[in-house]
Design a protein around this ligand. Sequence first.
Ligand code: GUN
Ligand code: ZN
Length: 419
Amino acid sequence: MQLLLFGRLVTPLLNGDALDVAPGWLAADGSGHILGAGGGSPPRALRGFDVLDLRRFVAVPGFVDVHLHYPQIDVRGQGPTELLAWLTSTIFPAEEACADPRLARNRAARTFRALARNGVTTAAVFGSPHPAATDAAFAEARRSGLRIFLGMTMMDRNGPEALLQSRERNLDAARQLCRRWDKDARGRLRYIFSPRFAPACTFELLRDTARAARELDAPIQTHLAESPREVAWVRELFPGASSYTDVYRTAGLLTPATVLAHAVHLSDDEWALLRVSGAAVAHCPTANFALRSGVFDLSRAVREDLRFGLGSDVGAGPSFSPFDVMRHALYLAAIPPSDTLARATLGGAQALGVADRVGSLEVEKDADLVVLDPAAADANLDAPLESLLSALIRRSGSAAVAGVMARGDWVHTTPDLEH
Ligand code: GUN
Ligand code: ZN
């Protein structure tokens, strides 16, 4: 469908600026790509397009959730408030249940629906350590219409037997899933190599995973320095390494195509390693809060020009809503609401290396957008930008989401949109 939409458009831009036009227009072609967007009158060439009058609403780019775990959907907000105890008591049993691919597929389907409902159109997702479950989850990712990075969680030590596989099996399964699914759905699906974290992986598994990802030109995700007990454990397990981050560096996992979740407890040397490697970070403020893990140094990340996006980290984070994540990010650091929105959209796209495709409402990108109703936040449509975004982020949360479009197709609509 060739689409011409009118409404207040708010979007970060690749050049570092932001666009805020009311009314603005956005046109999308039949394959769901943005033909143009701006203020004033649309070009004459767009006459004849199907018009969508959203002038009561604000359209922002689809949100990018750079870190979550679909197998954990039903244990969100449950269990102890310390990472290692929570993994053992709550998370590992939940993931063991994904030995049944049908159960896993159901969790994946509900996860992708929840993401869509909350305005998330791109996400990086950990699966369980089961190849069949990950395969089934990919089938649901394809059905969802969302842009999904998904990988089988890899572990070969320090977990329940049911979640461990030998290094060879881990690598064979991951390679096979990558060959089968990477770049499926016209490039909207990516296989992402997903070693759980250093304590659950032998050095050889970490090293060979980095190699496999390089050979297949695929991205990597893992966890880094989330909690103090975890960091102490890594020191014991890798006595020869100078730091947690150094373990990943030595294994070859620190690349510009790597996303590291949390990165809360880092030394100056580790910050330097991150900077030099070009790896990106997933800042997960709701999860860090829920597990009392510590506070990510967001001001330093901005100062050092680190690439980072925002992650819900479901199930450590209890909510799929990017508004909940943005609200926590806002409360933790003195950044303006417009910068918070930029982190939740373009920043996430940059962290995942897909800023040429999504993250902002700009020409040639996918028409991924969220239609927000300011009335749900008791805000005026014509309020100044920071005030409008502050109300949406701090007051209404996802209740303001009136519709969500992914590559030109609605993946979520509400009756609000019709009135
Ligand atoms: N570290 C290793 N595994 C996990 C996980 O599943 N969730 C979180 N939050 N941290 C982890
Ligand atoms: Zn996580």
